[in-house]
Design a protein around this ligand. Structure first.
Ligand SMILES: Cc1cc2nc3c(=O)[nH]c(=O)nc-3n(C[C@H](O)[C@H](O)[C@H](O)COP(=O)(O)OP(=O)(O)OC[C@H]3O[C@@H](n4cnc5c(N)ncnc54)[C@H](O)[C@@H]3O)c2cc1C
Length: 379
């Protein structure tokens, strides 16, 4: 405990070895990994909301390692090796989730997935070659000769129209993101980690090899190490990391009689994604219709995106389907400039593990392993 007056000592929470900020998937997996590697560690997570409120409880529940056009785009922008590394992390992450929780507990459904593609896609003319290249490249990761197969003939069977090609990926799955957060939270608590909800870090300072943490609620804390898992909300805390927020919006329809489709679906390099959720369609995306407006931390959503999602459904679902939008919500993702997650030491004793760039369900369990290794290497 640092040198403090009697009054200060009495308002101080017991010293922690590691204090994690943010109880989303990244904070939870990191706490679990640290505790499993070193059970004697005193770890507390602080979370400013009554439940984690950013991306982890608001996502679409795709347990996926990437759609073909998204992976091809990534290979073009960050290089094939970096793309394959992310695919390998996501693949491992899905296996880790399956190993940690019974499928029923987290609503895990190995339903398989598809990407819909149109003939205005820039790689349309050599699509089959690109798929063959991806299959060869991914074989060492997935263990499958053909991770992706062309299944255009299934488009109409699935009740879809307005697309020219369909690529199937039998390894894809979906899960219930709220149940995943809940089950993981229970595991973290059972491992002996404390979670303080309703506590928001405002500032911190280094004093005598310890970090003093000041919260909006005027509770003071101290820790040897501080790990930020604050994703999109990192900008105000650590502006030097240049994390950009990106709001993702989701709509859910009323139940649709005769809904044929099963599985997870992607379109347009991952900018649209949908799945069958109890005979309703859960559809998210359209952020590329208003990039600047969606660069926000405001969770209230917008009519513009909601309308774009409704128009997408009208254009691509079998016209005989009768439905309306019953639910609409938003979550906030965090993006780095190079679209790769950031894990690093920010200053002495202070670390950040953030920005899964919109794909954290599968990535967080694996990045948490690296985060734990990094923190313990300085402990
Ligand atoms: C609409 C939408 C759909 C998505 N769909 C998918 C999908 O299908 N598959 C997939 O893999 N990924 C998806 N994602 C992305 C995925 O949800 C995220 O990558 C992942 O949840 C990030 O987890 P996190 O813990 O880093 O961030 P978050 O879940 O955002 O957690 C950060 C936490 O930090 C807390 N916090 C912030 N500031 C402070 C502070 N000052 N003090 C204390 N606490 C603080 C916040 O309250 C929050 O709970 C989607 C995201 C969105 C928004």
């Amino acid at each position: 405990m640092p040198n403090l007056s009697i009054w200060e000592k009495e308002t101080w929470y017991s010293h922690q070895d590691i204090l994690i900020v943010g109880a989303g998937l990244m904070g939870l997996w990191s706490a679990l990994e640290l505790k499993q590697r070193k059970p004697s560690l005193q770890i507390t997570i602080i979370e400013r909301n009554t439940t984690p409120l950013g991306a982890s409880t608001r996502n679409a529940g795709f347990a996926c390692f990437g759609s073909p056009t998204e992976l091809i785009h990534n290979a073009d922008t960050i290089g094939t090796d970096a793309m394959l590394q992310i695919v390998a992390q996501r693949h491992k992450g899905i296996e880790k989730i399956k190993a940690h929780f019974p499928q029923a507990a987290i609503g895990f459904d190995p339903c398989g997935g598809y990407e819909c593609i149109n003939n205005d896609y820039k790689g349309w003319n050599n699509l089959n070659d690109q798929i063959s290249w991806l299959n060869r490249s991914l074989q060492s990761v997935t263990g499958k000769e053909q991770s992706f197969t062309r299944s255009d003939e299934k488009l109409s069977q699935l009740g879809l129209r307005g697309f020219d090609a369909l690529i199937e990926n039998v390894s894809e799955a979906s899960l219930h993101s709220g149940r995943l957060v809940q089950s993981l939270t229970q595991k973290v608590l059972a491992a002996g980690v404390t979670i303080l909800y309703g506590m928001e870090i405002e500032s911190w300072e280094k004093k005598n090899h310890q970090i003093l943490i000041f919260t909006k609620q005027e509770q003071r804390l101290s820790a040897t190490q501080l790990l930020f898992c604050t994703n999109a909300f990192t900008h105000t805390l650590l502006p030097e990391l240049h994390i950009t927020p990106g709001r993702g919006q989701v709509v859910v329809t009323t139940p649709i009689e005769g809904l044929a489709m099963k599985g997870t679906f992607h379109f347009d390099e991952g900018f649209y994604y949908w799945r069958n959720l109890g005979n309703r369609i859960l559809l998210g995306g359209a952020r590329n219709r208003a990039f600047e407006e969606e660069e926000t931390l405001d969770l209230s959503g917008s009519d513009k995106i909601k309308e774009a999602l409704m128009m997408f459904l009208q254009a691509h679902l079998d016209p005989s389907y009768q439905f309306r939008i019953e639910h609409h919500w938003s979550g906030i993702m965090g993006f780095t400039d190079d679209k790769r997650p950031f894990l690093g030491r920010v200053s002495e004793g202070v670390f950040a593990s953030i920005a899964c760039n919109g794909m954290g369900v599968a990535l967080t369990p694996v990045i948490a392993e690296d985060a734990a290794g990094l923190l313990l290497s300085y402990f």
